[in-house]
Design a protein around this ligand. Sequence first.
Ligand code: HEM
Length: 395
Amino acid sequence: MDPAIFGGGVTVTGAVQITNAINDDHRRLRQRFMQALNGRAVASQEHILQHYAAQFIEGIRKELKSSGGTVDIAKWFSLATFDVIADLAFGRPFGNLERGELHSWVAVVFGAFKALPFLRVIRELPGMLFIGSHASFLLPRKLKQMWRDHFNYAFSLIDERLKNPKERKDFVYYLIHDDGEGLTHDEIKECAAQMVMAGSEPTATFLSGLCYFLTRNQAVYEKVKEEIRTVFHCEEEMTLINLSQLKYFHAVVREGLRMFPPAADIFPRIIPEGGETILGKYLPEGTRVGIAALAASYSKSNFDNPDVFDPSRWLGDDEFKDKRMRASQPFGQGHRSCLGKVLATAEIRLLLANLLWHFEIELAPGQENWLSNCRTFLGWEKPPLMLQMTLQQAF
Ligand code: HEM
């Protein structure tokens, strides 16, 4: 992995974070995080996810009454994913969904996703190499201050949470461990603050993009809505296990991840000592290599009619019956692949299924070009996505 991508090795406390840790440190941190984010851990946190999914629906329902039927669904997805990750990372609710307002941290998260690629480019400029991980001095002062505030606030919450580490089964519970292999307090602080970034924006951005594609493809929207409303008779039935059985729903999410991969940038690897031959071409050590998710998704050599939102390409017993389809890897691959895949999938399924079960959705007038107004950095910068919504199920 290229540590430069996530801002070099400098952290507030000096302790490592999961994204810039290397070798043994990375292995140790990753093993711990796998305990906190594997299928069993996420299943044990389902009640937390269900709680926020219910608040998400309730919040939209209230806003619809005052807004005359139009809501910015991108905002509601951000509120929900932020509440979930903040609860799991810091062990206490943040109440963003209840208030219906984005926490100031969300701006920091978006600022960070936008700033990191610039820093990466700056470091590559001839003569700028000496700047190394200190290139952040080039960032706007306001953003740096927000960044520091974010970390300081996060650290104070973790200090509080660490007073009783075994209190509940959130991230701290799994990360602390008493077997000598756990994380230090500073590492937990750094990683928790970072987790709020890695664990909120990509999932919210993806769900917004998926809603856009659904509302632009009426036949797909009708089909997935029918599947959900036929299978589930009440919201309590929409459990993670039950949702995992829905074939077309799964295909819709998979196709969404192909057409709107939230981590749109390249996550490079560095060729190790001695060099490497890739696709018949020798690359010397130190070369950065990587795949751009968007380019892989929209290449005709990987997908037939790549511009068409067609979930049926993912149907069938073998998802990868056509080997070229492996080109779409929205969560990355290998020992740096996304640690939050199971959690993200659970959140996506719960929020989307609840949305489609409770509401009719369509694009509000003037939103047809929403996708062309999105810009990619490390993730996506997106404008609000206004949907016209009507409530389907009586509470
Ligand atoms: C749809 C949502 C998400 C997508 C598409 C996504 C995608 C990615 C990608 C592409 C990477 C880089 C992989 C690489 O370098 O090969 C990554 C890394 C990571 N993601 Fe996610 N992510 C999502 C949600 C989450 C969530 C919810 C969490 C946390 C709870 C999370 C935590 C992480 C962490 C910790 C890493 C760094 C792993 C490491 O360096 O070992 N992600 N993610």
